[in-house]
Design a protein. Structure first.
Length: 567
């Protein structure tokens, strides 16, 4: 008997390096890969991986499990899609540091920015911390189905230091900035992955207030960046409004230059010209060529909003009549919606009473709205849109959408490709994924509970870009590298994302021919029976974290080897 605790035998290794696939065994002792080769001695346990792909576990660097990790051990939906490490605290929102008098504000902020309902957070969060190190200590005392890591979020930091002035987006004083930097240094020493912030107008509290960091001046941001340089630790994560005309990477490049550390930001494309992403990628390449470490995160499919009567939004959610019905239990609401006179009234009403409510009009983007189907199809031809189908039927798209959502006992859902769907296809994303400084991400696992279900992007990326797309497919070694080693290195996790001796034993065993997605479904399993969209996968024969099998064919084994990773 060898010294191996586990041997993965005879699988087709795609090792995360970008190298071509090869058949080999993987020998594991404890939580570490100790040998990769052929005909390894038997271990205490062997898994026959013949005919399966063997990959590193996926590293998802853009999630929002900040609340969920305080009450739950399994990070659904990410754990269904081969993710073995999740990084939280993105977009500058989270729950630490936090004084008792600021708890309400931070819950409202997370509810608004990330669509995690207030009752879920109010019931679920134990609030046993005030400082960020205390929050990490709580997480370190718990067990999970994957490893977790966390940025220090800028919004709670700002409110913690400045109180109401911070929430009101007033300029920080020199004293405020010094205190924020001291707390950032403390957080880095405690194991924070870095700091995350947001400067986008789309991030608002549930009461409509912009995120506290929206107007943070350069002296504040650059001081935080300088703290990263002084500690020689951490990543700067940021969201900016790069969709605006004339927007560029100059501001973020100054932050990256000041910090001397990696800066990572969100990139994508609108659905219609003019397109800014080619210029942004040119600036990104120029920055990295000059020695400035910047990485763009890209969702490898359309940014898709799910619409339906069970969910937060639908094309009629802001009409006067629907608004009056919204508080009814679902069964009663559906009964009213099926009445012909109610249908006629809602279809005749404008999308919202307030023309400033952009979202009310966005959810009527019928030209980019589809029935997702089973199996779900995320790149449908324009003639399958609600707009095109309605025109062919000689009815309004509103009428078709209304009727489709009442199907299946009122659980019918529509998929709105609200961004990353340039000219009605995903070609632009394929070009972006080829860029050496772009990594996949932005799945927002744990967030947008009843609006968006993009935490399945890793499965989609392998299927769509590696197998199913008629044209423009990408090599599997490149895709696996992007999901594992490239993302791990982006945030400084050098011990994972590679199947090689000395690296962490996080792996996926994938039946590539069977790999697939189930349609998103509503689950009421959050605190207080709160709802969330979840999406299951098929084809993951096993997922392994720290040398222990956590999932077999999508079923949890009961193992919880995941722990907090302190940077």
């Amino acid at each position: 008997m060898s010294g191996f605790d586990l041997v993965i035998r005879g699988g087709t290794l795609i090792d995360g390096s970008g190298s071509e696939a090869r058949v080999a065994d993987v020998g594991i002792s404890g939580a570490t890969i100790v040998e990769v080769g052929n005909d390894l001695p038997r271990g205490r346990k062997d898994i026959d991986a013949t005919g399966l792909l063997v990959t590193p576990g996926f590293v998802d660097i853009h999630t929002h499990y900040d609340g969920q990790v305080t009450w739950e051990n399994r990070l659904v939906p990410s754990s269904s899609h081969g993710v073995t490490t999740a990084v939280m605290g993105n977009c500058g929102v989270g729950f630490a540091p936090c004084l008792p008098e600021h708890r309400e504000a931070l819950i409202r902020l997370m509810e608004g920015v990330e669509d995690i309902p207030y009752p879920v957070l109010a019931r679920g969060l134990p609030w046993t911390w005030e400082s960020f190190p205390q929050y990490l200590d709580l997480l370190a005392s718990r067990e999970y189905d994957m490893d977790i890591a966390c940025y220090l979020p800028h919004a709670p930091l700002r409110v913690h230091v400045m109180g109401q002035r911070g929430a009101d987006r007033e300029p920080a004083t020199a004293e405020d900035i010094a205190q924020m930097c001291a707390l950032l240094a403390e957080a880095l020493d405690a194991g924070a992955m870095g700091i995350a912030t947001s400067r986008t107008i789309f991030h608002r509290s549930s009461d409509g207030r912009p995120v506290p960091t929206l107007d943070a001046r350069d002296d504040e941001l650059l001081a935080l960046a300088l703290t990263l340089r002084e500690k020689n630790k951490g990543v700067f994560q940021i969201v900016e409004d790069l969709h605006l005309p004339g927007a560029g990477l100059g501001h973020m490049r100054r932050i990256a230059e000041t910090s001397g550390r990696t800066l990572t930001f969100s990139i994508g494309t609108g659905n219609a010209a003019p397109y800014h992403w080619p210029r942004l990628l040119q600036e990104l390449g120029e920055a990295n060529a000059a020695g400035v470490s910047m990485k763009a995160q890209l969702l490898p499919r359309a940014i898709g909003m799910m619409l339906g009567h069970e969910l937060t939004l639908n094309p009629f959610y802001s009409t006067p009549t629907y608004t009056k019905l919204a508080a009814l239990p679902l069964a009663e609401r559906l009964q009213e919606l099926r009445r012909p006179e109610i249908r006629e009234r809602i279809l005749s009403e404008p999308p919202d009473a307030d023309p400033a409510l952009v979202l009310g009009r966005m959810v009527r983007g019928f030209a980019h709205m589809f029935v997702l189907g089973d199996p779900p199809d995320y790149e449908q031809a324009p003639e399958r849109s609600i707009a095109a189908r309605a025109q062919a039927l000689g009815i309004s798209p509103e009428a078709l959408a209304y009727d489709l959502m009442l199907e299946n006992d009122g659980t019918g859902k529509l998929y709105l490709a609200m961004a990353n769907f340039a000219d009605g296809k995903l070609d632009a994303l394929g070009e972006m994924l080829h860029h050496p400084d772009v990594v996949p991400g932005l799945g927002d696992g744990g967030a947008h509970c009843a609006t968006i279900c993009d935490g399945s992007y890793s499965t989609f990326m392998l299927m769509h870009w590696g197998r199913d797309r008629a044209t423009g497919r990408l090599p599997l070694p490149q895709l696996v590298h992007g999901l594992s080693r490239a993302t791990a290195l982006t945030v400084g996790l050098t011990d994972r994302g590679l199947l090689a001796p000395g690296f962490k034993a996080d792996l996926n065993l994938i039946d590539f021919t069977r790999l697939g997605l189930h349609p998103p479904e509503v689950s009421h399993d959050l605190p207080g029976s709160g709802r969330r969209l979840v999406q299951r996968a098929k084809g993951y024969a096993a997922t392994i974290v720290s040398g222990r099998v956590t999932y077999r064919e999508g079923a949890h084994t009961g193992a919880l080897p995941g722990r907090l990773v302190r940077a």
